[in-house]
Design a protein around this ligand. Structure first.
Ligand code: AMP
Length: 234
């Protein structure tokens, strides 16, 4: 007998996944996008794709990313505006890595307001700095399909080789220890204030990111389903 289709299509409200680098935003966003059948929009992945293609934006972004700094707001906002204006984002989508500054959050609100979108569900995935360091230094990413591994907690069956498609597993340039410290500093300085921005106006749901990825996904799904049922007026 065929396995039941657990995919629940649709999501009325945009979901914003926040949290420090390494908290598991990318892994979780992928799961949610699959479950609800909506796009996973990662600004980091979009920049890495530009770098891979060698575009002008990619060249500019790479220099910034390699220093663990943030790409200027106007560039990121323009990229997001174009992306969420596409037809596949007409209803719900999952944002991963955006907004990362208060000006980005304000711009996103303006974009949502103009498009008449409902309030987003904002989720903060928490992880302490020691766990962040272990996650980031151990992270390996498949060059082919983008599958994420961790050499300590979730190693591939064969070293450096993706279980799913045999692709080569590589370390991100910005997962080096010196760059990680700068990314964490950028997070504290620019992204922590975004929680205050959202908290003042609506609930931010906080989750413990140190649990297993499956447990975090379960809690996330429960949270999103509950928030969707409550409607957009928090
Ligand atoms: P991530 O994959 O989300 O860790 O992003 C990797 C890098 O891309 C970050 O360290 C930044 O340099 C850049 N980046 C991604 N998203 C943003 C954003 N919303 N604002 C500014 N820079 C970003």
């Amino acid at each position: 007998m065929a396995a039941p289709d657990r995919t629940v299509k649709g999501l009325r409200r945009p979901v914003i996944l926040m949290g420090p680098p390494g908290a598991g935003k990318g892994t979780q966003a992928k799961q949610l996008a699959e479950r609800y059948g909506v796009p996973h929009i990662s600004t980091g992945d979009m920049f890495r794709e530009h770098v891979r293609r060698g575009t002008e934006l990619g060249l500019k972004a790479k220099a910034v990313m390699d220093r663990g700094e943030l790409v200027p707001d106007e560039i990121v906002v323009a990229m997001i505006e174009e992306r969420i204006g596409r037809p596949d984002c007409a209803v719900g989508f999952v944002l991963d890595g955006f907004p990362r500054t208060v000006p980005q959050a304000i711009s996103l609100d303006e974009l949502f307001g103009r498009a008449g979108r409902p309030e987003p569900v904002v989720v903060r995935i928490e992880l302490d700095p020691a766990a962040v360091l272990r996650r980031l230094t151990g992270r390996r990413v498949c060059k082919v399909g983008g599958e994420i591994y961790n050499i300590y907690d979730h190693p591939p069956k064969t070293p450096d080789c993706c279980d799913k498609d045999g692709g080569e597993l590589v370390q991100r340039d910005d997962d080096r220890v010196d760059v990680i410290q700068d990314r964490l500093a950028a997070y504290r300085e620019h992204t922590e204030p975004v929680f205050e921005y959202y908290r003042r106006r609506r609930a931010v749901v906080e989750l413990d990111g140190s649990a297993s990825p499956q447990a975090v996904t379960r809690t996330l799904v429960e949270t999103i389903d509950r928030e969707e049922a409550r409607g957009s007026h928090l």
